[in-house]
Design a protein around this ligand. Sequence first.
Ligand code: 4AD
Ligand code: MG
Length: 485
Amino acid sequence: MRRTEIKTVLTADFQSENLDQTVLIKGWVRAFRANRFIQLNDGSCFNNIQIVVDFENFDKAILDRIKYHACLSISGKLVESQGAGQAVEVVADQIEILGENNPDDYHLQPKRMTMEYLREKAHFRMRTNTFSAVFRIRHAIAFAVNKYFNDRGYYYMHTPIITGSDAEGAGEMFHVTNLDMENPPRGEDGKIDYGQDFFGKATNLTVSGQLQGEIAALALGKIYTFGPTFRAENSHTPRHLAEFWMIEPEVAFFDIFDNMDLAEDFTKYLINHILDNYPDDLAFLDQRIKDAEKNLSADKRRPMGLIEMLRFVVDNDYERITYSEAIRILKNSKPYKKGKFEFPVEWGTDLQSEHERYLVEKKFKKPVIVRDYPAKIKAFYMRLNEKDENIPGDTVAAMDVLFPYIGEVIGGSQREERLDLLVNKMNEMDIPEEEMWWYLELRKFGGCPHSGFGLGFERIVQFITGMSNIRDVIAFPRTPGNAEF
Ligand code: 4AD
Ligand code: MG
């Protein structure tokens, strides 16, 4: 007999065709109540199936082995449920223990466990309600990313993970080498001779696929990348990983305003996809946060419930302001005047998460896109704006998309397509032209205005699932001091 997934068994179609027939189900025990009711889950969906065990029909020896998270294969008759809470249940006919579990030695218990504890047990945490919901949704967002772009004629580019350039300036990079680090070859100056390394030069793990994405956009028109990126910065925040995935569309002929339209439409699409297709997982995650925050004071609680927060994004037009306007607004704000901001608000310094959240949650009450940042705090490739006498310094056509609770989810820009301005900027920032020769040639030979952005995949998964720490939306987080599993 073939196994049926629980997700299928729980559909009305399957039930109308198979009621009072025998079904075969496999999965892990979530609960075994009163020696009579097993809650079995196979990961195919949020819900369990209830198995009714008539203990007179089974050896006590078998029943004693039905423990929390043991793996079972059960065949039995699918019947209408006698109890409340489920439409159908399975009356067990045969029970086979596929994988024994001894709860005394096991790491998980059927009770609330802290996220920190579960992170240390990453090989089992996906068996919990919370993590299985998170990882189903993570999958679905990845699927929606590819669907969104495919349906709109974008091409998926796989950009390299090992790179020879360090130009993005997005943070410290991880070196990639196969030199003998105990005894590396050295040049006459005593420095390590990377000429003898595997690639004949020093190489790193990429921080972004953008620069190669630009190559593709100037040939295929509309492209996106979706791959792992690495940053060796020593951040211990709940929003930073050393290894994370990024989605980077890059589009020929787009200016910064087209770029903002794309960012808004794309993020709304992803959220709507989950609202429409994962109501059970979302309802569970929503309730979980409400329970966890019940006893917190109002200022420690989130600004709104999870589903409410998702609706807050999809039901509003994103507010669009310039960085200079943002600084003006912040300087006139109550928290600024009362000295409540921890970080300074000064034209020329970057916005901090507290400022971003004020703009989104208090001032506009909708997602906000901030553009035209000071050139000094942004990457070399961003397009220089025309001088504005009313503004203290040069700005570039950069944009950040800000969401409630987590702040920045997207960073992007219109790219500098004018060769002379780009070269000036690189010289100013000490970026060697020799290393970036190919990037410069894109401006020399058939260049055009173009734009793109990067969406941090774990940031959007974190936003949609409401998890407070980004380490809990990637299966095996890489952070300073941590690369277990
Ligand atoms: O703002 P960032 O650094 O932009 C870039 O890398 C550009 N090359 C993107 C582009 O224009 N194609 O990073 C983009 C996004 C951020 O908005 C954030 O969501 C996420 O990537 N991000 C991180 N996510 C997790 N951990 C980190 N350490 C992250 N750093 C950035
Ligand atoms: Mg950024």
